[in-house]
Design a protein around this ligand. Structure first.
Ligand code: LMR
Length: 396
């Protein structure tokens, strides 16, 4: 039965983690998968999440409704859309998802069933590898728009390619903290992008996995979403994940929100989202949703969460600066200023595959095969070591 099956190589991001875990070198460094680490290189359970866990401890194990935990959905929608006409007018449909990937899956399936006329899904080059895989698997044509050049967002090329995009398309945008480049459009650039999206009637999808994690403020990180939805009044899809912003990686806690142009349409879209959920995973996991709902709906825990976001984003910023300063003091050949101009969890090093594998073999430093590093993997104990190794790799 399987004679025509072709072996699929391991996922490149998860395989970095596998190699890192299997490495017995004491001072190995994991800059691969995007997971936050504290100043000692350890996974960090957010204090706000600890508080919430104490509360949800005995909540039981029954199924959630198909669309997920209502208190979680409402709080997640409010988090992004508070103060908007879309929310006041009941135009936001939502469905809890299996984290960000599940949110994109529901988006892709629902677009089809809800009659959004999309043949081509545009993503960025480079982007998070799952964008291509996921939308192709759902049956869309996937095309890439150039995004990055010389350590920066290549705005001119991106906009030119977007202007030439097919009719009947959707555009996947990273709401903030572009993965893997760490380069986001400025507000003025977002306005230009939005104008093209509006003029060409492209369906906007925001992959919003880093809201609050990027700058420490959800509102600031959701600026582009609000601009599209509130200022321009566009219909749009927002795919959220609480993996990074609450450190709920394994709990798979996310949400798809679809903004429609009327409450009636939102009701229909909500029913299609739930139907897509039932057809794929039936109903979503409960534990993370309970934690996230408790964090967002309990004022003193929500206050603590805001502090936790600042703790994470500030530490990442400090590590960017330290890595940059170390490379400066080593006079490492090349311009490394992009390390401090990029933002979010990732830095894009722009080194070659040979240099990446040299760092892994000689120094036990692990990063994605695109030369993306997770800045959260740096700390005071390893940043000098990483800078010296990079310096050596670049000079070799
Ligand atoms: C990453 O980009 O490293 C994370 O989002 C983990 C993943 O699922 O790829």
């Amino acid at each position: 039965a399987f004679a025509k099956g072709v072996f699929v190589p391991p996922d490149s991001i998860f395989d970095v983690t596998r190699r890192y875990v299997g490495d017995e070198f004491a001072n190995k460094v994991n800059l691969g998968q995007g997971t936050y680490r504290d100043e000692n290189g350890k996974p960090w359970v957010l204090p706000s999440v600890r508080m919430a866990k104490d509360i949800v401890l005995d909540a039981g194990h029954e199924y959630l409704p198909i669309a997920g935990l209502p208190q979680f959905r409402d709080a997640a929608v409010r988090l992004v859309f508070h103060g908007t006409k879309a929310l006041a007018e009941n135009r936001v449909a939502s469905c809890q998802s299996v984290s960000g990937t599940g949110a994109l899956l529901l988006a892709g399936l629902t677009m089809k069933k809800a009659g959004v006329s999309v043949k081509t899904v545009y993503i960025t080059d480079p982007t998070w590898s799952n964008h291509n895989l996921l939308f192709k698997d759902i049956g869309y044509e996937v095309k890439s728009l150039p995004y990055y050049k010389d350590g920066k967002f290549d705005f001119e090329s991106y906009v030119a390619a977007l202007e030439a995009a097919n009719e009947e398309s959707a555009l996947v945008m990273h709401a903030c903290a572009h993965n893997p480049t760490g380069c986001d459009p400025t507000h003025d650039q977002w306005k230009k992008i939005a104008a093209i999206v509006q003029a060409k009637n492209i369906f906007p999808i925001f992959d919003s996995a880093y809201l609050g994690f990027n700058s420490g403020s959800v509102d600031e990180d959701a600026w582009a979403i609000k601009y599209f939805v509130e200022d321009l009044g566009l219909e749009a899809c927002v795919c959220m994940s609480f993996a990074k912003s609450m450190g709920l990686y394994g709990e798979r806690t996310g949400l798809t929100a679809m903004v429609a142009n009327s409450a009636d349409t939102a009701r229909t879209v909500g029913s299609i989202l739930a139907n897509s959920q039932r057809a794929t995973i039936s109903n979503p996991p409960v534990y993370g949703a309970r934690i996230a709902a408790t964090v967002l709906n309990t004022p003193e825990i929500a206050e603590q969460w805001k502090k936790d976001l600042v703790t994470m984003s500030t530490r990442i910023l400090a590590m960017r600066k330290k890595l940059f300063d170390e490379l400066q003091s080593l006079k490492t050949p090349g311009d490394w200023s992009h390390i401090i101009t990029q933002s979010g969890m990732f830095g894009f090093m722009g080194i070659s595959p040979a240099q990446i594998s040299y760092l892994e073999t000689k120094y036990h430093i692990y990063m994605a095969d695109t030369s993306r590093i997770s800045i959260a993997g740096l700390n005071d104990g390893n940043v000098k070591y990483v800078a010296k190794a990079l310096d050596d790799a670049v000079r070799t």
